[in-house]
Design a protein around this ligand. Structure first.
Ligand SMILES: Nc1ncnc2c1ncn2[C@@H]1O[C@H](COP(=O)(O)OP(=O)(O)OP(=O)(O)O)[C@@H](O)[C@H]1O
Length: 264
């Protein structure tokens, strides 16, 4: 099997300062100062070409942090990420420049990816047609609704034809017709043997679309394997969690939070 993404011992930590003076102490102390919160802690897994992987996990477990790292938007604090090919991230807040119009954003993104003028002229109408946001295409992106941003982001990313597509909750804000259109496009990707990471809170969409599941639990990989095997375990965990009393939930969250907070 040809590998497309190899993630080895990846951690991402954020410094938690409560005062500005802590920031200065952290900068001047040889060993650093203050507490760090680990959004991801020692994550390792491999994806093959053609894998469609659903990334599951409760709120705050680290799914978006991981998608940003795979797409090269943010670096890990430690560990390595090997990505074979171009990766594109589709997220509600991804990479669109607010002051530019939709059309200008298309041109900018294509130019940044090394497309020439002729290719951009050929691609632009296809992207505009897919996004289907009418006259808004010539308005600044800051005037767009989250659904419109997602439509434009999805349309651009899918037409630049990346090898690895990371879709982070982008289908949750649009309407059903658009979500179906995107799922069709994603199926075309799947058939071309490209790698897809799909993050969605819709368990139905996950089960329908992904053959593998990567379960991130509070910054760790809890399970990784076939969707049909992992999802029932995840659903059982959610059911157990929901049954806890408010106090039990609080105690559980506190334990988890502490396990992710490390001195300096
Ligand atoms: N810039 C940051 N500074 C400090 N903490 C951060 C930062 N970005 C993320 N975190 C923390 O890292 C953890 C993981 O966040 P992330 O957004 O990756 O989770 P998620 O699984 O995508 O959550 P959700 O399902 O709610 O979108 C969270 O506890 C979040 O508060």
């Amino acid at each position: 099997m040809e590998k497309s993404v190899i993630v080895k011992n990846v951690s991402k930590k954020y410094k938690m300062y409560t005062r500005n003076s802590e920031k200065i102490l952290d900068l001047i102390s040889p060993k650093g100062y203050g507490k760090s919160f680990y959004a991801l802690l020692d994550i390792s897994f491999e994806a093959n070409k053609g894998d469609v992987i659903g990334v599951i996990g409760v709120n705050g477990s680290g799914k978006s942090t991981l998608s940003n790292i795979i797409a090269g938007i943010i670096p890990p604090t430690s560990g390595t990420v090997e990505v074979h090919g171009d990766a594109a991230l589709i997220a509600i807040q991804s990479g669109l420049k607010n002051e530019l119009t939709g059309r200008e954003n298309i041109e900018l993104k294509c130019l940044m990816l090394g497309f020439n003028k002729r290719q951009i002229v050929a691609l632009t109408p296809q992207i505009i047609e897919f996004a289907d946001i009418g006259d808004f295409i010539d308005q600044p992106v800051k005037t767009y609704s989250s659904g419109m941003r997602s439509r434009l982001g999805f349309a651009i990313s899918i037409h630049i034809d990346p090898d690895i597509l990371v879709i982070d909750e982008a289908l949750s804000v649009g309407d059903q017709t658009f979500a179906d259109k995107c799922l069709d496009k994603m199926n075309e990707f799947k058939e071309k043997g490209k790698t897809i990471f799909f993050i969605s809170h819709s368990i139905g969409q996950m089960k329908k679309f992904c053959q593998k599941a990567l379960w991130i639990q509070y910054g760790h990989v809890e399970q990784y394997g076939l969707m049909s095997e992992i999802m029932p375990q995840y659903e059982a965990f959610i059911k157990k969690y929901k049954k806890m009393s408010e106090e039990e939930k609080k105690a559980f969250q506190e334990r988890v939070r502490k396990s992710r907070m490390i001195e300096a």
